[in-house]
Ligand binder design. Structure first.
Ligand code: SF4
Length: 123
């Protein structure tokens, strides 16, 4: 059980095995990445950086975010394996993914989080 100071909930990472990747798919959003993270992901994929960036990144308001794809109205991160339901670059996933569900936006109002993530609880 993980807990972070000042967050009004706990997180049980074992729930990730069976939740089907709810934090990697849904209504769409942005997975922000830094240049360092980009390099680490390209290494994981054994791809040249420029090719990796062209294939998997998009620019949004001057920032870099991972691409997503949409199937039947559902948005998926480009690195989410829809068959096996897991992240295909897990060891080099960006900080935003590593810190989930302890994001500042959930600290004040975790209702959206409770609806999305079965690993989160008050106990
Ligand atoms: S990089 Fe991996 S953990 Fe992050 S949203 Fe994409 S599939 Fe999920």
């Amino acid at each position: 059980m993980d807990n972070k100071n000042n967050f009004p909930y706990h997180f049980k990472s074992s729930a990730c095995k069976t939740c089907g990747g709810k934090c990697c798919r849904g209504f769409g959003g942005y997975v922000w990445v830094s240049l360092e993270e980009l390099e680490a992901m390209a290494i994981t994929r054994r791809m040249e950086l420029s090719l990796f960036a062209r294939q998997y990144l998009r620019q949004v308001q001057g920032r870099l975010s991972l691409q997503e794809f949409v199937i039947n109205g559902e948005h998926f991160c480009c690195f989410f394996d829809r068959i096996d339901r897991h992240c295909t670059i897990y060891q080099s996933r960006p900080e935003q993914c590593r810190t989930f569900p302890f994001w500042d936006k959930f600290k004040e109002d975790p209702r959206e989080l409770f609806a999305e993530c079965p690993g989160v609880s008050l106990e």
